[in-house]
Design a protein around this ligand. Sequence first.
Ligand code: FES
Length: 181
Amino acid sequence: MPKFFVNGNECTVDEPEKLIYYLRDTLKLTSVKDGCTEGACGTCMVLVDGKPQKACVLRTDRLEGKHILTVEGLSEREREVYAYAFMHAGAVQCGFCTPGMVISAKALLDNNLSPTREDVKAAIKNNNTSEIYMMINQGGAQGMLTMEQDLKRLYLAKKISLETAITYANNKTRIQQILAA
Ligand code: FES
């Protein structure tokens, strides 16, 4: 039986399964969001031995000896700091993908306390919803048009699902027409 650690607690599993299901359903660590279940969106990001990885593409039988960290495992001080920093930057939106972003931010800041803008972009490049954050922040009619084209690009590149594209679009009818074109 593989043994690993989640937020410092020892775990063993009888039946191998995707790590995301074990974290959410067995351990009730619901900060780990299930956005696509196929490694595309990054909302399920966790740290595995300090490295950001997507819980939906990991299996519990391949984690022998590994240390997994979710947002629930952050110290109270860390939670306060990340909550403040994300709010201060306006990076909250609906909050669904925020835990995954926080995990990627922690992976960066644990190793580099003075990151450049490029470092930050690289750190969140696997949180594909980060592209949606940037699009939303463009604002205005032109921004919305660009956003819809970008949603189409992400959808065609299989980085987001049809449902996600429609969810993030302001004009649901138009995005459906654009995606169908
Ligand atoms: S739920 Fe894991 S990458 Fe989308």
